[in-house]
Design a protein around this ligand. Structure first.
Ligand SMILES: [Zn+2]
Length: 318
């Protein structure tokens, strides 16, 4: 059994995983603006509560895996860079914390990479050797698997910055420093900012919403709101461009989609697939599209897989 923690921007998810199956999970608020280190003791308490819930002891756990939303050095097991939230965790020694708190070896990884590892080991990309994952969450996270290896790269950023590939050179400034990133054009946090500058917004039902994003656009469009329908068309162009960029970069067999936007996968999947199929240069055929079964837990499953490996290494080192 492994302990897994996924530090999201809104919630911290804690899970116990055995053989690729989630035994129990809980969630606590992240309060990410106040940093990550302040949430470690509550996270550890959640782990102990979960263990009690399933009637297990810490001594039955093999390792711990932590997923983080930022650039992660999985070898040194620390965060190297992150936008705005959780900045206090940069350079933090997670190994030492896990040893002192739980006496367990630890694995640390970027959350999108963790999700792809989880999906490739146990989920919708099981058995695949070449895949890209795009998570349409608050932002847009990505990861790539080539020839069975998840890409990490010289500076730990290979594959994970697909949300920061531009889809509009005249587009919105992004928190990453670039301009017109698909995340700054078409992610949940960015949609209201960009939409409010477009002509016709004031007449749309969306103008009355205070906090809105993916779901509101899709619903308003279905309700016949003309502005929302045009906005949705525009978003599909950006999302498709983002996927085409990944297909051209990483040559995947499978395009795996995840995140809150995929609640509308029935509506979106055929349209994304059609547009990507028409635009991507793939003379060998067309990549298969798949949707993560349970986006809430793929990173936890991936971190359990990595914790297993970390424990094996730690055992071999004695
Ligand atoms: Zn960006």
């Amino acid at each position: 059994m492994n302990v897994t923690i996924d530090f999201g921007g809104t919630n911290i998810k804690v899970g116990l995983v055995q053989d690729g199956k989630l035994l129990a999970k809980s969630s606590i608020p992240a309060w990410s603006d106040s940093g990550l280190l302040a949430r470690l003791s509550d996270s550890a308490r959640s782990v102990r509560e979960l263990l009690a819930e399933v009637g297990a002891e810490l001594s039955q756990c093999v390792g711990i895996g932590i997923a983080l939303p930022g650039i992660v050095d999985s070898r040194r097991k620390t965060l190297t860079s992150i936008n705005e939230k959780y900045t206090d965790a940069i350079g933090f020694d997670f190994s030492r914390w896990a040893k002192e708190e739980f006496g367990l070896p630890i694995a640390v990884e970027n959350d999108a990479r963790a999700a792809l590892i989880g999906e490739a080991a146990y989920g919708a990309a099981q058995g695949e050797k070449d895949a890209v994952l795009i998570i349409f969450g608050t932002g847009i996270g990505t990861a790539a698997l080539m020839d069975g290896q998840v890409l990490r790269g010289r500076h730990h950023q290979a594959g994970i910055l697909g949300g920061h590939l531009s889809t509009d050179l005249e587009g919105e400034p992004c928190a990453c420093g670039n301009v017109g990133c698909v995340e700054a054009q078409a992610s949940h946090w960015a949609i209201p900012i960009r939409a409010s500058k477009l002509p016709g917004f004031a007449n749309s039902s969306l103008a009355n919403d205070r906090e809105w994003g993916y779901e509101a656009v899709i619903k308003a469009s279905a309700d016949g709101d003309v502005f929302a329908s045009e906005l949705l068309e525009d978003l599909i162009r950006h999302w498709s461009a983002g996927i085409v960029n990944l297909v051209h970069a990483y040559d995947p067999e499978v395009v795996l989609l995840s995140g809150g936007l995929m609640k509308s996968s029935e509506l979106l999947l055929p349209r994304l697939q059609e547009r990507v199929g028409a635009l991507a240069w793939t003379p060998w055929g067309k990549p298969r599209f798949a949707v993560a079964e349970d986006p809430e837990i793929s990173a936890l499953l991936g971190m359990s897989f990595m914790a297993e490996q970390a424990a094996a290494v730690s055992g071999a080192e004695g």
